[in-house]
Design a protein around this ligand. Sequence first.
Ligand SMILES: [Fe+2]
Ligand SMILES: [Fe+2]
Ligand SMILES: [Fe+2]
Length: 301
Amino acid sequence: MPTERRWVTLTTKGASQMNELVKMLQKAAKDEHAAVIQYLRHAYMLGEGEEACEIEAIARDEMRHFWMLSRWIRKLGGTPTIERNPVDLGGTAISDWMHRDEEAEKRAIALYRDYIAHIKDPALKADIERILADEENHREIFAHLAGKFRRLQSAEGRVPPQSEAPSLLPADREALEWGVRHEYTALLQYLFHSFMVKDEEASRQLELQAINEMQHFGWLAEELAGKGREMPLEPHPADLSLEPSSMLRADIKLEQDTIRKYEHFIQRVQDAKLKKLLTFIQNHEMYHEGLFKRLLSQLQG
Ligand SMILES: [Fe+2]
Ligand SMILES: [Fe+2]
Ligand SMILES: [Fe+2]
């Protein structure tokens, strides 16, 4: 009897520690998610140029961190989260945006240093150390950019007032805003499904298509920012099914609805360049639909 009780105590303790660890990683994943959106919005508002590319590259690093953390959450028996912690989009001068991004990096550095002190698993510790090294590098880049834009003190360093924004027809704006929100949703949904599905081929394919949706997101958000409009920050509701066939059925439905919606926009948008872009993206979605259908029939054997 005493042995049995001891066993129970130990496993309970183990489970609660595991739970604690999952919660820590989920918090970090929500921060990484926020960083991706905050930095992308800043990069797109900056428009084309060396600095925007640099910030976009940092956002891609944060996406990789999100992916690494989510994979660990799954490995530890938890459920990855697609929730996002608050983003800091205050400030009107670019130097101010860069300063806020630097502050976000400082918070991440403090968080990961604290995690490293508490994590015992050597593989997880190594991954967190790798993430921390990235954040330290990012902090330096943002500090440098904040200084650079502060020194510029010119029209370049300021956000153009709304009155100077190029014109954008309502139909074109609606297509872009809907598209950004949709692509954000698709990317989160496919990533979540890729984390949860056990079948390796399905997981890899879902991950690849999530990356493709992220490209779509970038193209549309950049287009919107080029017209002086802020990218929407909220996705549509995502399907978080846990059973593989339900996941794929939801993914197929999302693609079908999207193909129809893009068709509707293609007929209505005025800008020829935008029409071409939407047609190109719609073509990818048709590929996704076919791919998900094949994966579903493979899974159903
Ligand atoms: Fe990060
Ligand atoms: Fe897409
Ligand atoms: Fe798609």
